[in-house]
Design a binder for this molecule. Structure first.
Ligand SMILES: Cc1cc2nc3c(=O)[nH]c(=O)nc-3n(C[C@H](O)[C@H](O)[C@H](O)COP(=O)(O)OP(=O)(O)OC[C@H]3O[C@@H](n4cnc5c(N)ncnc54)[C@H](O)[C@@H]3O)c2cc1C
Length: 381
């Protein structure tokens, strides 16, 4: 145990994972969150957690709780936009060789990660107004104008991090935009162990099971969505789908009937330097992911474990060195995975009918390991 005193900015997946691991190491921390308690953890979308993430839950003794709230995923299928199957992959090799691969809601994962911490120990409705580094400490001014000093500040406030802006200039991080986006819709009382995606020309749909329900992602190119609006865009997609694939029609109807559905722009971000002095970026604030590979949360947890591991060996006089070791361990590992999700994005988000027909044909000759080469390497260490 060391005598570090750490501030975590953002109680999302990376922030809570870091907090749980710091607590386990007996390192002192404070965690703040922009949302109010009433608003906190209301964002409902679905995610798949790869073994990189689940291994961290094992370290946190949260494995059983995670299994109770998730469903095992065994298959992945790519379909055409009319609903017909194009290629099926067996995913059991992940669970067999590396560790559990399950689907769950973001809300449920946050609930699991909160167990060792407790909501009462999060300062809600709080952000950072000012960060100033001096004498190997970070002086922080919070949104309520209170001031406090910490040895280290961990910024985990997500892809559009506003805390990052306090120390990083705009030319030090870069967004990568596919110019596609889409909405999330839910069908209740459904179960499946298969991820299904429908790669179209100018449209994308994904079906991602969690416990007792299925989350659907329905999207396309931003310009088309803006031009048509949700209802007309959804009707256009529905018209392409064969009537026998009733669940897809139901999902689109569910979206049309959802008030303010969750909308997600398909963009990511990459930051050149992950730490400045004693301030460090973690999770999406350091490098976010396109949805294409379903790996952002797993990598955020994997990075949190690497960061806390390095910090547990660091004393107050050598903080920058500890942060440098964390960056050396994680940045390349994360960015190569980010490359995979960008590559997959280029295959998935296609407007032209000709190119999508060539893609649909060639995809039949790919294995899942070839589709996500770097992610497979990361899982293998
Ligand atoms: C629709 C969708 C599907 C996804 N599917 C998958 C998947 O299948 N598999 C996967 O691994 N990943 C998936 N992801 C990505 C994954 O959700 C992210 O990579 C992950 O949430 C990153 O964690 P984070 O803690 O860095 O950021 P977040 O989880 O976004 O947490 C950021 C936290 O910071 C808070 N905050 C924001 N601003 C401030 C501020 N100024 N001060 C204090 N607090 C602040 C926010 O309220 C939030 O609580 C998906 C994402 C989306 C949107």
């Amino acid at each position: 145990m060391n005598d570090l005193n750490i501030l975590i900015v953002g109680a999302g997946i990376a922030g809570l994972t870091a907090a749980g691991l710091l607590k386990k190491q007996g390192i002192q921390y404070k965690i703040i969150e922009r949302d109010t308690l009433e608003k906190y953890n209301k964002t409902g979308y679905m995610m798949g957690l790869l073994p990189m993430g689940v291994r961290v839950l094992t370290e946190l003794n949260l494995r059983e709780s995670y299994f109770q709230k998730s469903v095992k995923m065994s298959h992945y299928e790519i379909h055409k936009e009319n609903g017909d199957l194009n290629k099926a992959f067996d995913m059991d090799f992940i669970s067999d060789d590396y560790g559990p691969y399950c689907g769950l809601g973001r809300k449920e994962l946050i609930d699991v990660l909160l167990e060792p911490i407790g909501k009462e120990n999060i300062s809600f409705n709080t952000t950072v107004k000012q960060l100033e580094q001096a004498d190997n400490k970070v002086n922080v001014m919070f949104s309520n104008d209170e001031k406090e000093s910490f040895h280290i500040v961990i910024i985990t406030d997500g892809i559009h991090s506003s805390t990052r802006k306090l120390l990083w200039t705009e030319d030090e991080y870069k967004y990568y935009d596919t110019h596609w986006g889409g909405w999330v819709a839910w069908l209740e009382n459904q179960s499946s162990d298969t991820y299904k995606e429908y790669w179209g020309a100018g449209s994308f749909m994904g079906m991602y099971p969690v416990k007792n329900r299925i989350g659907f992602f329905i999207g396309g190119p931003n310009d088309e969505i803006e031009k048509l609006g949700l209802q007309a865009f959804a009707n256009q997609m529905k018209a392409e789908i064969k009537p026998e694939y009733k669940i897809l029609h139901d999902a689109i109807d569910a979206l049309k009937n959802t008030e303010n559905p969750f909308y997600w722009e398909f963009s990511d971000v990459r930051t050149k330097e992950w730490h400045k002095g004693n301030v460090v970026l973690l999770g999406d604030a350091a490098a976010a992911f396109l949805p294409t590979a379903g790996v952002g949360a797993s990598m955020a947890m994997d990075s949190a474990a690497a960061l806390v591991d390095e910090l547990s060996r660091t004393d107050a006089e050598h903080i920058e060195y500890g942060l440098k070791l964390y960056t050396k361990r994680q940045q390349k590992r994360v960015e190569t995975n980010q490359n995979d999700s960008r590559q997959l994005g280029k295959m998935m988000f296609v407007k032209s009918h000709l190119i999508s027909a060539i893609r649909d044909y060639s995809i039949r000759y790919y294995s899942v390991k070839q589709l996500a080469k770097n992610i497979t390497k990361t899982i293998e260490g």
